[in-house]
Design a protein around this ligand. Structure first.
Ligand SMILES: [Fe+2]
Length: 344
């Protein structure tokens, strides 16, 4: 597979603007766990939204093939997220980041598409001992999106390459503020079977790439001082003033951290359109896919590949076959090998 483009930024913002991002993170004050988006799944509804990534993480033990209990693995990946912008700034002060010209330029070059529309900015906070399982992000297709369709299905659609005509390319910038110990941004620029790169996270730097295609994750944040508590949905990470943060469950404080212990990243996502006519077509829904059509195409392809013998598979059987066939995760590597290639 050809090398996939990515662009690094160092520095991303002016020193004052980068400091302001740290202050904005504090001011926002409270971060909930990245709970699953509350949509009713009307197809194979008992599968988790990212069943694909969760299954891979539990089966392999992550990038380094570490063995942990399922509860521990769940705690490790149950990180904290809040949205800073959604079509417009939701948090005062996010504008320089949302409108970053360097991100826009890099996004234009990534896909060779002229119109770049930043639409979402969100913050991720990881506490010591947390990591983010390897995955590709949920892409978007005309007529199929995460607000109405299962995320694993949309991810599989992209990896199948059968729906490229309907894809809306999204560029993702990931920026880091602060200098955490560990928590490298791990990615596979040469495809899932190529060598991974463990990119060291440094204050006021960033990367822009196609995270819908390139497998990526976050290596474990150093757990030297505070061991990872039993993290569950509903818990919050809150700023206590100064350099102090706490992990709370209602009134109960489970752990205390210095800001320097946390890994803080901010993601930027933008739709990339070839031209005004294409953007209009997307907005007017003039050439949308339907989920029924998607399932018909995938089922037909699976039959041709000899992966489906059953004449009428049930939804769950079809879903699991789709995930298994199309989403090829990078195999885990021994720790020594996986960390071998690092960017500067
Ligand atoms: Fe991601």
């Amino acid at each position: 597979m050809a090398r996939i483009d990515f662009q690094l930024f160092d520095p991303l913002l002016s020193e004052a603007q980068a400091e302001a991002m740290l202050r904005l993170c504090e001011r926002h004050g409270s971060y909930g766990t990245y709970a699953e988006e509350a949509i009713e799944n009307d197809f194979a509804g008992d599968l988790a939204q990212r069943y694909d990534a969760a299954l891979n993480f539990v089966q392999t033990g992550g990038r380094f093939g570490r063995k942990d209990s399922i509860a521990k693995l769940a705690a490790r990946t149950n990180y904290f997220r809040e949205t800073y912008a959604y079509d417009e700034p939701l948090v005062p002060g996010i504008e320089p980041f949302l409108d970053h010209e360097g991100f826009r330029d890099a996004a234009r070059r990534l896909y060779g598409r002229e119109i770049v529309r930043p639409n979402i900015v969100y913050a991720n906070l990881l506490v010591p001992g947390q990591e983010l399982a390897i995955h590709t992000d949920v892409p978007e297709f005309r007529g199929v999106n995460r607000r109405q369709d299962p995320q694993w299905l949309i991810v599989a659609m992209h990896h199948s390459r059968l729906f490229e005509r309907w894809r809306i390319p999204i560029a993702t910038g990931v920026a880091w503020f602060g200098n955490p110990e560990g928590g490298e941004f791990a990615f596979y620029p040469e495809g899932p079977f190529g060598a991974p790169v463990a990119h060291r996270v440094r204050h006021n730097t960033a990367i822009l790439l196609d995270t819908d295609s390139v497998f990526h994750g976050v290596d474990r944040v150093a757990e030297s001082r505070v061991p990872i508590p039993d993290l569950k949905p509903g818990m919050k990470l809150v700023w206590d003033g100064g350099d102090r943060w706490s992990l709370v469950n209602g009134d109960e404080v489970l752990a205390r951290y210095a800001f320097a212990d946390l890994r803080f990243s901010v993601s930027w996502k933008a739709y990339c359109f070839a031209d005004a006519a294409e953007e209009r077509m997307v907005r007017e829904h003039r050439d949308d896919l339907s989920r029924a059509r998607v399932l018909e195409v995938l089922e037909g392809d699976l039959r041709r590949r000899g992966r489906l013998q059953d004449s009428a598979p049930d939804e769950k059987q079809l879903a699991l076959t789709i995930i298994r066939e199309y989403i090829q995760y990078p195999p885990p590597a021994p720790a020594a090998q996986a960390g071998a290639r690092a960017t500067a």
